[in-house]
Every structure is written in C-alpha cells, then in structure tokens.
Write a protein that binds this ligand. Structure first.
Ligand code: UD1
Ligand code: MG
Length: 417
C-alpha cells in the first residue's frame, strides 16, 4: 500500500570522495549508488519520490527514473535544509514522510518497511534507523537515556570522547510526521562548527516538546553503511558482491573462493557449475549447468555458455556463444565467436576479431578441433569436424569446409587422410 512520500537527499558534493563526480553517481557493483536508494523508495511503495539535487544537479538528474520529482538546494546548508527544500513540493501534504540519504547503497527494503510499520503503528513523530557498527567514526552516535530511549543524535564533530565510543549510529533513514517536521525544521539552528543545519537536531528538539521517538535497528551491521570515502565505496562493493555470490550458492552454484571471485549483477549460472578462484564474470553473461569456469577466467558481456562446458585458466570470452560440452581449457581468447558443441579449443587459440574498424565473427561448427596456437582472423569459419593444425593462421574470409584440415601460415586446406 502506498502511504508515504519519500524524500531522497542527494545534493551533497561528497567532499571526502575527492572527486569531480557527484558522490551518488559513484558506482557499486556497476550501478550508481543512487540507483539502490531509488530501488528502496520503489520497493516500499512511495506515493511520490522527491529527490533533492545540488552539486552537478543535471548529471544526477539524468540518472533518476522518470517518476522522480526534483528540487534544487541552492546552497548546501546541511541535511535539515535539504529536507526543507523538498517540503516546498509538499505544501498541502500532512501524512508521513520517509527520508533516505542518497549515499546508502546497502539498505535493505525489509528493515525500511519495518521502520515505516513501526512508525505508523506507534503514531510516532519521528522514527529512525540505527545500526551497531565496528567503526562508528564519522556517523552520528545514538544517545540513549537510562531506560534505553533514544534522546539525541550526536554528530562526530560535536561528540565528546565518551560519546565517540558509542557503536550505535544513525543510518540516515527517518520517518517523520510531516506536520511536526514542518514545525521542527523552523527551530533548527545553524551548527556553529560545521556551518550546516543538522536534520539530526530534530530528535532532541522533538523530545523537548514531548513528541514520540522510535528507533529500529538494522539486522546486519553493514546495511546502514553510508558511502563518504573511497574506502567506504570499496566496503560497499565488497558486501554487495558477497550478496550476489551468496545468491548463486543458494541456487546450487559452487564458488570455491568467494574472496577472489567477481560476479556482476545480471548474470545467470546453472546448477552444479563450479566457479574456480580468480574468475571475473561481467554483466549480461549466461552460463549453463555443470560447467567449470576458471581458475583465472574472464567472461565478458554478451557471452552465453551452454551446459557442460569447461573454460579454464587464463582465458577471455567476449560477446560469444559456446555450445554444450565444448572445452577451452588454457590461455585463449574468443571474441564475437559462435562456437558449436563438442568443440576443442586448443591452448593459445586466438580469434583476431577486430580488424581496426569492425568486429568480425568467427564461426566454429560442432565437433571441430582447433589446434594449439591457432589464430583465426575473422570473419572466418571452421566447418563441422574440421581441424586446424597447431600454430596455423586461418586468414580473413577463409571457410574451412566440414571434415577438412587447415594447416600452416597462412593455412592451406587439405583433406583428411
Ligand atoms: C549524516 C548524518 C549522520 C548519519 C550519516 C549516515 C546529519 C547531520 N548527519 O552524516 O547522523 O550517521 O548521515 O550516513 O544528517 N545532503 C544534501 N544537502 C546537504 C547536505 C547533505 O542533500 O546540504 C545529502 C548528501 O548528498 C547525502 C546525505 O544528504 O546523500 C547525507 O549527507 P552527508 O554529508 O553524507 O552526511 P553525513 O556526514 O554522512
Ligand atoms: Mg554520508
């Protein structure tokens, strides 16, 4: 049910990234960080999505989905000011508002849904997400009273030495009663140290007015990770990628060493396929079942591999189709190739697919045997059960007929004895 308006804060420059690219456009697992946040807004069923833009607004806007409303924050005066800007689009709205930070790619929809549920059920004025983390540095710390109630969020710059040791942090995801939010924002004062208006000051202010505050804690410590530095970016990448691998393992794929295996989004892998260490599998790759991939294999976009195929060490396959039971076990490159089933690709085989202007296709038919160190200068075709000799160079435009042998440099076609 759609019963909340979502505001996404994405105006910040991301100074700590030391980048000319807006922080929310940096990529995690090949997708901009903001994509993950937009996805959460969609999954929780937002009535409207309002995105606050600032630094390089047109560039960020291009990345948004068409249903987003945007608003520009003229001066980057902090998170409270950013929310205030978004409220200019909600003048007559008095329902609940969900605020997300544009820099939290690991958020999980279930915990955000729980937060919204708790907020509505308890009729709280503010509800927000917290996480208990190993290294709370840089985050707002949660201050609780002796009954365990959250009474304030203390930003790093304002925290005492004691408060800096608190491991429970503010994730930057809040539900607000819009009416109270509008009133509260008017009371926030400029933080003298950071010269910003802190949204987090609302906790303290609301309590003083006797309003109800609720918190929900994330299940995993990393779900609330905010990307502020390149180090955070690498952490986010690590956790998301581990999540992708976990899903494959749950579906029956063996991944021998998750630490050294890279698999992008948008990859499918069949049951009982084994991915050996140091393999790098990119977007838009399909692998059948019972295959063996790697160690040290790179499968690039547009590659489709049928069942029972082996792609061994130091191999690269790009935009190619490989039929069932084909073997390509050592040091080879296939680009723009269409390979049938039961083919043997000998060690050192190279498709020379690029002639300087165009990418050309190599066709290798069923049961062909490509000898070690063959160079196939595309466009080229090797027929059914045809053979290429070790070290042969099959020149551009050649079509090796079925059952024939191509030998030498440049390759001559001879018949089988
Ligand atoms: C903020 C929180 C902190 C929390 C952390 C979680 C405040 C004051 N602090 O700190 O308690 O632990 O997030 O990650 O809110 N933004 C704007 N306009 C601005 C400033 C920021 O749109 O003027 C956006 C940024 O683009 C970003 C988000 O708000 O997406 C959070 O800002 P950021 O500067 O990353 O805040 P933190 O220092 O991480
Ligand atoms: Mg942040």
């Amino acid at each position: 049910m759609k019963n909340i308006v979502t505001i996404i804060l994405a105006a910040g420059k991301g100074t700590r990234m030391k980048s000319s690219i807006p922080k929310v456009l940096h990529q995690v697992c090949d997708r901009p960080i903001i994509d993950y946040v937009l996805e959460i807004a969609k999954q929780v069923g937002s009535l409207k999505k309002i995105v606050v833009l600032g630094f390089k607004a047109p560039e960020v806007k291009k990345q948004l989905t068409a249903d987003c409303i945007t608003v520009k924050q003229r001066k980057l005066l902090g998170t409270a000011d950013a929310v205030k800007c978004a409220l200019s689009k909600l003048k007559s709205y008095n329902g609940d508002v969900l605020v997300l930070s544009g820099d939290t790619p690991l958020l999980n929809k279930t915990v955000v849904k729980n937060l919204i549920k708790r907020h509505k059920r308890t009729k709280a004025s503010i509800s927000f997400l917290t996480s208990v983390v190993h290294n709370p540095q840089g985050y707002g710390r949660i201050i609780r009273d002796d009954k365990g109630n959250a009474v304030a969020i203390r930003e790093e710059k304002d925290a005492s030495a004691f408060e800096k040791n608190i491991a429970e942090i503010n994730v930057g995801v809040y539900c607000f009663d819009c009416k109270q939010l509008k009133l509260g924002l008017k009371e926030i004062k400029l933080n003298a140290k950071k010269k910003e208006f802190y949204l987090t000051d609302l906790i303290d202010l609301s309590l003083q007015k006797g309003l109800k505050i609720q918190t929900v804690e994330t299940q995993k410590y990393y779900e609330g990770l905010g990307v502020n530095t390149r180090e955070d970016l690498a952490q986010a990448e690590k956790h998301l990628r581990r999540g992708i691998l976990r899903e494959f393992m749950e579906q029956g794929v063996t991944i021998i060493d998750p630490e050294t295996t890279h698999i992008d989004n948008n990859v499918t892998i069949g049951k009982d396929t084994v991915i050996r260490p140091f393999s790098y599998i990119e977007n838009n790759v399909k692998i059948g079942s019972n295959c063996i991939i790697g160690p040290y294999a790179r499968l690039r976009p547009g590659t489709k591999i049928k069942n029972n195929v082996e792609i061994g060490n130091f191999t690269e396959v790009s935009r190619s189709k490989i039929g069932k039971k084909t073997l390509m076990k050592h040091f080879s490159f296939l680009g723009d190739a269409i390979v049938g089933s039961n083919v043997n690709i000998g060690a050192g085989t190279i498709t020379a697919n690029f002639d300087g202007q165009n990418k050309n296709v190599t066709r290798i038919e069923n049961n062909a045997f490509i000898g070690s160190d063959t160079i196939l200068i595309a466009p080229v075709k090797v027929g059914r059960k045809a053979i290429t000799g070790a070290g042969s160079v099959v020149t551009k435009g050649t079509s090796v007929p079925d059952n024939k042998i191509a030998l030498g440099v440049p390759a001559r076609i001879i018949s089988r004895r």
